[in-house]
Design a protein around this ligand. Structure first.
Ligand code: APR
Length: 246
């Protein structure tokens, strides 16, 4: 049901022993990070992100994919956590058991100081080699593009989950456990269409958790939510924290 956020949400969040949160690109929208599906700006406008973030695209044109991710890393590195990210850090501090599952690769939850983060789709600031997943911290910029792994010579790529690739199995099974065990599950800023992340609210529902959706728009999962809050995350999360704990 659509609410103007009455007291029962504040009370439920105050009283809950365990909360699991799932975030998507809408969480970072107020930090100026374009959501994956927003039109690309300038040079990259001609490319569809879903055509670039795939192993096939990398095989076809590794240099183009590497340069696109360099562009995105540079764009995202200029963003900073918004009040919504900071409110989730505070919520973690107020709860005995708290888990933050994110589909975002922008590192903003970490920068906001959140600790218990499960990165379902990886992290754009982590780099690995294509063939053997060796994590690589530094590489010389004068060699060919993409740079090669110092250990095995395989081309480097961002440590993010591409379309057609599966999410890290350990990360997802931890996310399922935390969804099943929580008293409140809060889905924030995700279109709830990408699997397996979009299945997590169902695991929480199965074990009787209270389901809250914070999204500026309706999503396919809105009907199963106990509460739908149609507000921007960066505005409403601090408001909820303020009213639940002060
Ligand atoms: N506050 C809350 N919700 C917002 C805000 C905001 N300020 N701004 C946008 N939204 C909502 C939109 O209504 C939309 O439902 O955030 C959602 C963003 O949806 P997507 O762009 O589809 O992002 P996401 O759900 O994270 O995509 C999942 O798909 O593209 C792949 O791997 C990529 O991690 C991504 C995954």
């Amino acid at each position: 049901m659509l609410l103007n956020i009455s007291g029962d949400i504040f009370e439920a969040i105050r009283k809950a022993r365990s909360i699991t949160v799932l975030t998507g690109a809408g969480m970072s929208a107020e930090s100026g990070v374009p959501t994956f599906r927003e039109a690309q700006k300038g040079l990259w406008a001609q490319y569809d992100p879903q055509e670039l973030a795939t192993p096939q695209a990398f095989h076809r044109n590794a240099k183009l994919v590497w340069e696109w991710y360099e562009w995105r890393r540079n764009l995202i590195s200029q963003a900073s956590p918004n009040p919504g990210h900071k409110a989730l850090k505070k919520l973690e501090e107020m709860k005995d058991i708290f888990s933050l599952v994110t589909q975002n690769v922008d590192n903003l939850h970490k920068l906001a100081g959140s600790n218990n983060i499960i990165e379902l789709h990886g992290n754009i600031f982590r780099t690995k080699c294509f063939d053997n997943n060796h994590t690589v911290e530094t590489w010389s910029t004068d060699e060919n593009i993409p740079p090669q792994c110092p250990e095995c010579g395989s081309p480097l790529r961002p440590d993010v989950v591409w379309f057609g690739e599966s999410v890290p199995s350990q990360a997802f099974s931890m996310a399922v456990t935390n969804a099943r065990q929580c008293e409140i599950f809060i889905s924030i800023g995700t279109s709830s269409v990408i699997q397996p992340a979009a299945s997590l609210p169902y695991f929480a529902q199965e074990t009787g958790a209270l389901l809250i959706e914070i999204n500026t728009e309706q999503t396919p999962l809105s009907p199963i939510m106990d509460y739908q809050i149609r507000e921007p995350a960066g505005k409403i999360l601090p408001f909820i924290l303020e009213n639940a704990f002060n």
